[in-house]
Design a protein around this ligand. Structure first.
Ligand code: SF4
Ligand code: SF4
Length: 185
């Protein structure tokens, strides 16, 4: 693979490549993952194509595709794969890397949502919908989208003004801190 950003590949990219090599060598391109993926039609490269392209070293293009941001981590591909190729894990690693290096070209709004979603969980221990929506609107500037839906949810009591307090909030924070430490190594 040609790394266009740095002459020396950074450690996390090497780690991703090693994981990818280890995981995808089991793939025999049956396509079962793609046929079950709910997002395949919207993706630049559906899961089986992603695996194929990664196997020939095309990681740069895959990191810049919309595939990694449209994947909802539903695990369907993983559960359908006869050889347990863990595509969601590969995509998670790629998402983290693209995020860290800020090389996202497509689905920037999805990336923003992803980051707000994670920081919302880090702060509250579980999703606080109103906080999530509020921050999303401020940071994305999309003030007028889904207003009707928001009103319906509010009237049905689905949008609590305050985050629910969970018992293990500190534990959840610890997971995030550990993961950050590992990423920054
Ligand atoms: S289901 Fe598994 S073996 Fe089949 S193409 Fe997808 S990753 Fe490869
Ligand atoms: S985990 Fe991602 S790639 Fe796999 S089936 Fe779900 S959306 Fe598709």
């Amino acid at each position: 693979m040609t790394d266009t950003r740095t002459k020396e590949k950074d450690l996390s990219l090497i780690e991703i490549e090693e994981t990818i090599t280890e995981v995808i060598k089991k793939c025999y391109t049956c396509g079962k993952c793609t046929s079950g993926c709910p997002m395949a039609e919207e993706m630049d490269f559906p899961p089986s194509t992603l695996v194929k392209r990664l196997s020939i070293g095309d990681i740069e293009k895959m990191l810049r595709s919309n595939t990694i941001w449209l994947c909802s981590s539903c695990q369907t591909c993983y559960s359908r794969c006869p050889f347990a190729v863990n595509i969601p894990h590969i995509i998670d690693l790629m998402k983290e890397y693209a995020n860290k290096e800020d090389i996202t070209e497509k689905e920037k709004a999805t990336k923003l949502f992803h980051n707000i979603f994670l920081s919302n969980i880090k702060e509250s221990g579980r999703i606080h919908e109103l906080g999530l929506i509020g921050r999303w609107k401020v940071l994305s500037g999309k003030w007028f989208t889904d207003l009707k839906l928001g009103k319906k949810m509010f009237l049905k009591g689905k949008l609590s003004p305050f985050p629910e307090k969970i018992k293990a909030r500190d534990e959840v924070k610890k997971f995030f801190d550990l993961s950050k430490k590992k990423r920054d190594k």
